[in-house]
Design a protein around this ligand. Structure first.
Ligand code: FAD
Length: 165
């Protein structure tokens, strides 16, 4: 990361980003043609091991691409606040973000799919939900095993816009 001072390494803050973002932009590659699709997610973070669970209809382009190439990238952001400046280049946006790389696979085991949907709903709503075989049979679950990731924060400027040269 070029701006090292903006890197987040504190596990508690990384978890806080994962809790807040809610939407993951999944990057796939179809024979060299990038495809980015926004999806809601659930996550588990055990020590450094990060896993995402995504759900969707049982058909769609993203599955075709994953079958051909399971290598993925992802990005998410939260706490985005625009700020102003005197000059155009002083405008900007504060944020917290996380991005990385991993491998995607479709979960086929019904029990694992139920657990994945519970994780997803916990991340999205903070609530506990359970699922039965019938419910999981009508959705696909994508599991992303994350190989590497980084987190970053851009804080709001300390000085008011009127004082910045
Ligand atoms: C905030 C947000 C959260 C979402 N959460 C989920 C989720 O949790 N699960 C889920 O399955 N879907 C979710 N969606 C919808 C998702 O982005 C896709 O539209 C959907 O998953 C179908 O993707 P697919 O690759 O199977 O495309 P297909 O339905 O097979 O369609 C392929 C083509 O449709 C177009 N297309 C697909 N998606 C979009 C889109 N979002 N916007 C514009 N054009 C598009 C593209 O041209 C693409 O090449 C979410 C969308 C948003 C904006």
């Amino acid at each position: 990361m070029r701006k090292r001072e903006r890197e987040i390494t504190d596990p508690a803050e990384i978890r806080s980003i994962l809790e807040r973002c809610k939407i993951l932009h999944l990057g796939l590659s179809d024979d060299g043609q990038p495809y980015v699709v926004p999806l809601n997610y659930g996550y588990t973070l055990d020590d450094a091991a990060l896993t995402f669970y995504l759900h969707g209809a049982t058909e769609g382009y993203k599955y075709e691409v994953i079958q051909k190439n399971p290598k993925v990238s992802f990005a998410m952001e939260c706490d985005t606040i625009p700020f102003e400046g005197k000059a155009a280049c002083q405008y900007g946006m504060s944020y917290r973000s996380l991005m990385g790389k991993g491998r995607a696979e479709l979960v086929t085991d019904a029990i694992e799919k139920q657990a994945a949907l519970s994780v997803l709903m916990k991340t999205q709503t903070g609530k506990d939900f359970t699922f039965n075989d019938k419910l999981v049979s009508i959705v696909n679950i994508i599991k992303i095993s994350v190989d590497s990731y980084s987190a970053k924060k851009r804080p709001l400027p300390q000085t008011p816009a009127t004082e910045r040269e």
